[in-house]
Write a protein that binds this ligand. Structure first.
Ligand SMILES: Nc1ncnc2c1ncn2[C@@H]1O[C@H](COP(=O)(O)OP(=O)(O)OP(=O)(O)O)[C@@H](O)[C@H]1O
Ligand SMILES: [Mg+2]
Length: 525
């Protein structure tokens, strides 16, 4: 029965019908190679509600989701759909029962070799294989319908492109659109905003609210507390595979964070409201000096000096020029005009290899899982960019490699057996930590971090921040780019607001106050 169908019966029967959960878990457990990852998890997800699932990296969130979506089948306990025990032997079986999942790794839902339109109607193509009515222009027409219902405004030209030509945020939107078109019973979103810009995320939130109001149950995984506060009706916390907290709105964030991070050093739930106070004399020499740099044609040029001893946070919306700034400094794409000096000498990298040789490192925004080498150990993956410096006569010094790996695993709290585990065994957020962490293992002249916090939990966010500040103290100039004001305030000593390629605010410590930063962003778009 669909949730919107009128129910005939006695009031008692009606109440009973109302109580039936869209999907329930009963004593669900799961182990990988003898290691328990989920232990006796029971949860009811009511129709028309948004349940946020919180937990540190490696807590078991994605594993739980993969059980619900028919990916992991060798689990203990039971899954019920609309009150009935359900078998979920495959992802197709789960989808046919109305459980639709958007997985954390975006690549998992994309079919390369098909067009964008074909990917949009993929579900229908797969189920009506050989249907003579569903081809060519009909696919395009159906794809148009789906995308316009979601307000994507995609042109026919784009719909006819091979799906691999889409950027990551468009791929993410495509998967969402396809999923929503099926009107699921339970929609599961595993960190859906980690690849989206702020505006795209807003669009997603509006969609989720509409679905909830339509009676669809939503299970939402995110590390961004602001999102959860805005969207969720209820939150549950997983810690080390156990459900430890279950709250209805309004949420008690202190309790939720304690439940999530217990056993780790106490951390304040409160978000920073200004940039970090700059210690007297902490800021040192100018390392990198930008002079008359222009990020976009027709925009005013600016000067910017980056010093040792301080972390500079650049905040701006999508299209503000953050990525252009990073790529220009990394030699991936030259600036329109302007000059850059590194330690007082002209710095003109023509390619990233020049930048790395000069000691300018970039953690790029586009961090696909393919920044990691499958089958290689964590230690090998961490030292990958530095193989040369770890090798002598072509032989890698394994003990130094292992030490480097252990160092980063400890510093960022990567949840793993040890540095010899392979990257596939890690949770999504822990994989992210490896990709970011490998660049934190060195003390470069300049370290640029483009959106370093996507997918990592609050604890790790602070670990990355602490590590970045330690590098600044050791003599690196550190530049962090993010669209999220709170993330920037948490890490930076100095905040630069970038909008349409120009600098609108450049302030230290208490002068970089949250409302002022937000206000500046708002008026400069
Ligand atoms: N295929 C696998 N083989 C071995 N161990 C695995 C595998 N998949 C997950 N694990 C382990 O299970 C635990 C839970 O992982 P899971 O991906 O569910 O975490 P998560 O809560 O989704 O974390 P994140 O916030 O980082 O995405 C982790 O310790 C992880 O290393
Ligand atoms: Mg996960």
């Amino acid at each position: 029965m669909s949730p919107t169908e009128p129910v005939a019966g006695t009031p008692a029967e009606e109440a009973a019908v109302e109580e039936v959960a869209a999907v329930s878990l009963r004593d669900v457990s799961m182990a990988f190679g003898g290691r328990t990852v989920l232990a006796s998890v029971s949860l009811d997800i009511a129709p028309g509600s948004v349940v946020a699932l919180l937990g540190a990296n490696g807590a078991g969130k994605s594993t739980l989701i993969k059980i619900l979506s028919g990916v992991h089948t060798d689990h203990g306990g039971e899954v019920r759909v609309a009150g009935e025990p359900a078998a979920l032997p495959s992802p197709l079986a789960a989808r046919q029962l109305g459980i639709q999942t958007v997985h954390q790794r975006i690549g998992e839902g994309i079919v390369p070799g098909l067009t964008v339109a074909e990917n949009l109607v993929f579900e229908e193509l797969a189920q009506k294989r050989g249907n003579p009515f569903l081809n060519g222009s009909r696919i395009l027409a159906r794809a148009r319908e789906i995308q316009s219902a979601l307000g994507l405004d995609w042109s026919d030209v784009l719909l006819k492109k091979d799906v691999t030509e889409l950027g990551i945020s468009d791929r993410q939107l495509l998967i969402l659109a396809r999923t929503l078109a099926t009107r699921p019973r339970l929609l599961i979103l595993d960190e859906p905003t980690s690849a989206l810009s702020a505006a795209e995320a807003e669009r997603l939130f509006a969609l989720v609210e509409r679905m909830r109001d339509d009676g669809i149950a939503v299970l939402y995984v995110s590390h961004r507390l602001g999102e959860i506060d805005a969207l969720a009706d209820r939150l549950v916390v997983l810690r080390d595979g156990r459900l430890t907290e279950d709250q209805a709105k309004p949420f008690d964030w202190d309790a939720a964070l304690r439940a999530m991070l217990l056993g780790r050093p106490a951390r304040q739930a409160q978000e920073a409201t200004t940039a970090r106070p700059v210690a007297e004399g902490a800021s040192g020499d100018v390392v990198l000096s930008l002079q008359g740099v222009r990020l976009f044609e027709g925009r005013a040029p600016f000067d910017l000096d980056l010093r040792t001893g301080e972390v500079t946070g650049v905040v701006g919306l999508l299209g503000a020029g953050k990525t252009e700034l990073a790529r220009g400094l990394f030699g991936a794409e030259p600036f329109t005009t302007g000059a850059v000096e590194l330690d007082g000498r002209a710095y003109e990298p023509r390619r990233p290899a020049d930048a790395i040789r000069a000691g300018v490192h970039l953690v790029p925004e586009d961090r696909h899982a393919d920044a990691l080498v499958p089958g290689w150990s964590l230690a090998q993956n961490i030292s990958l960019p530095f193989l040369k410096s770890l090798s002598r006569a072509g032989l890698v010094n394994r003990s130094r490699e292992d030490a480097l790996g252990r160092d980063i695993i400890d510093a960022l709290g990567v949840v793993t057996r040890d540095e010899h585990s392979t990257v596939e065994e890690l949770s999504g957020g822990n994989q992210q930590k490896i990709v970011v962490g490998r660049w934190l293992a060195q003390t470069p002249r300049v370290l640029i971090l483009d959106e370093p916090f996507r997918g990592v939990d609050i604890g790790a966010r602070r670990d990355i921040g602490r590590r970045a500040r330690a590098l600044a103290a050791e003599g690196s100039a550190v530049l962090v780019l993010s669209a999220d004001v709170d993330e920037i305030l948490e890490i930076a000593d100095r905040v630069v607001v970038l909008a349409a390629g120009e600098i609108h605010l450049d302030a230290y410590g208490e002068d970089a106050e949250r409302d002022r930063v937000i206000q500046t962003i708002a008026v400069s778009v």
